[in-house]
Design a protein around this ligand. Structure first.
Ligand code: ADP
Ligand code: MG
Length: 469
């Protein structure tokens, strides 16, 4: 394994590099010593700069040492790896996100990611609209986010993005920021999490108490209140951590920016009205903008996301494995990414194609097989309605039009096939007189299934959706 080999020889490699570049002790301690091997992904050796730093510094280190490290690594392993030096936070993203391999994409971002504003913005260039897969669960959020980035401050202000963990809130916020700077790199965009914001406030307060630097707060306020676009992530943190002074500080900033017509984008795991702990004034303010909820992706969207991630990794997983992931990991895209990464890493390492059994074995810890899914008539009815684009009211009504009868009969049929409920119970749920209606519907579908291929496919698809929910 090259990774083990490089790790074993890493100190030696650093010594050779030091010698060959005539690096002074100070330079060694500052630049080379903190470098640690992170991972090999595809043909790239990722090295972490383990000190607190920023990308400009990394660019300089790469310029000085990349080529020579590449050569020494080649001498040792016999392989010509690309060398990439990254910051620890980038490593976290590497492990879980779409790492684009194509150089062209990097070049695309290059121009604006090098601008001074970009450097200070805190944005992750990998989270763009291009890498965001759109499905029914996030269409509205993606659409409003994109609109905001085309006309910041003009249409939806604030934009409030909410949804459960791992569903793409942070990705969308960065996408907005990236798009705005790409459109106009004179715009001052700031991305910050509520947690970082809180830490900055605490730091300022501490420093002004110590009198070591009374200007900290002025600097802090100036930084946030002069932004053209403020993206503040996970504001539930203010409530969960009882961070009152930073909450107050945030609202002052919010007011100031809002009055100036500057764009504010907020994310939270709760809807504004569910955040009772916030002052009503602010909830009202939030609701004056647009609230966009990201929901749990449906089966098709999960498949699309998985395929997209595999493609971005230049890798391959067979369709039944894709289906296995999509059917078993439903409510968190971060977990889906984790599963894909694990399978791809294994497949590359062992140079073998992943089978469904192997996938099940490798993903055992991610997918908990303990709870068998409970399939209820309610679930079936919901899925059938969603599939045929009819409402539950229509399904239950006495409406006899053909486009309603089909879903109604399918729902009745599936309830008899997929659940243990009695026919009378099913009849009651669907507001039918008694079990005879259910039996007729079931027989009707069974008869049609013998000849109607389309119906067969529909039922297959619906069953899949039911089992993946
Ligand atoms: P949240 O902030 O809601 O917890 P993130 O934005 O961090 O979630 O998303 C988790 C991971 O899933 C990220 O790596 C992100 O790129 C990915 N992801 C989420 N939604 C999508 C999507 N629609 N298309 C592609 N990747 C997505
Ligand atoms: Mg997030």
């Amino acid at each position: 394994m090259d990774l083990d080999l490089i790790n074993d020889k890493w100190d030696e490699i650093k010594q050779i590099v030091t010698k060959e570049t005539d690096t002074s002790d100070i330079a060694y301690n500052t630049w080379l010593k903190p470098l640690e091997i992170y991972d090999i992904i595809d043909d790239t050796l990722y090295i972490i700069y383990s000190e607190d730093s920023e990308s400009r510094m990394i660019a300089l280190i790469e310029k000085k040492y990349k080529l020579i490290i590449k050569n020494v690594v080649k001498d040792i392993t016999g392989k010509d790896y690309n060398i990439k030096i990254i910051l620890p936070n980038e490593a976290v993203k590497l492990g879980s996100s779409t790492q684009k391999d194509e150089e062209s994409d990097k070049e695309l971002n290059y121009e604006f990611t090098n601008s001074a504003n970009y450097m200070d913005s805190n944005l992750n260039p990998n989270y763009t609209f291009n890498t965001f897969v759109v499905g029914g669960n996030n269409k509205f959020a993606q659409g409003t986010a994109f609109t905001v980035s085309e006309a910041p401050g003009e249409i939806c202000n604030p934009l409030f993005i909410c949804g459960g963990p791992g569903l793409g809130k942070t990705h969308l916020m960065h996408a907005i920021g990236n798009q705005i700077i790409e459109n106009d790199n004179s715009k001052k965009v700031l991305y910050v999490t509520a947690e970082e914001f809180t830490n900055e406030v605490i730091e300022c307060i501490k420093n002004s108490r110590n009198k070591s630097n009374e200007n900290d707060m002025t600097y802090f306020r100036d930084k946030y209140r002069t932004a053209d676009v403020l993206l503040i992530d996970d504001i539930q943190f203010f409530v969960d951590k009882n961070a009152e002074s930073s909450q107050a500080e945030f609202f002052n900033t919010f007011n100031k920016l809002h009055t100036l017509g500057k764009q504010i984008v907020i994310s939270s795991d709760k809807m504004p009205k569910e955040m009772e702990e916030f002052d009503d004034r602010y909830i009202t303010r939030f609701e004056q903008g647009i609230t966009a909820e990201i929901k749990i992706p449906d089966y098709e969207t999960r498949v699309a996301i998985i395929k997209n991630k595999i493609e971005n990794r230049n890798a391959y997983l067979p369709d039944d494995v894709v289906d296995y992931i999509a059917s078993n990991i439903k409510s968190n895209i971060r977990s889906i990414e984790g599963a894909i990464n694990k399978l791809i890493a294994y497949s590359k390492l062992e140079n073998t194609e992943i089978t469904i059994d192997k996938a099940a074995e490798l993903l055992d810890s991610i997918i908990s097989p303990d709870k068998p899914k409970e399939i209820t008539p309610q679930l079936i009815i919901e899925v059938v309605c969603e599939h045929y684009g009819v409402t539950i009211e229509q399904l239950i009504s006495k409406n006899r039009s053909q486009n309603i009868i089909r879903p109604r009969h399918v729902a009745m049929y599936l309830c008899t096939q997929e659940t243990d409920c009695s026919q009378d119970t099913i009849a009651k749920l669907l507001e039918r007189k008694d079990h005879s209606t259910i039996i007729n519907a079931r027989n009707n579908i069974i008869e049609q299934l013998k000849t109607d291929e389309e119906l067969n496919n529909q039922i297959e698809a619906i069953k899949k959706k039911i089992n993946s929910n």
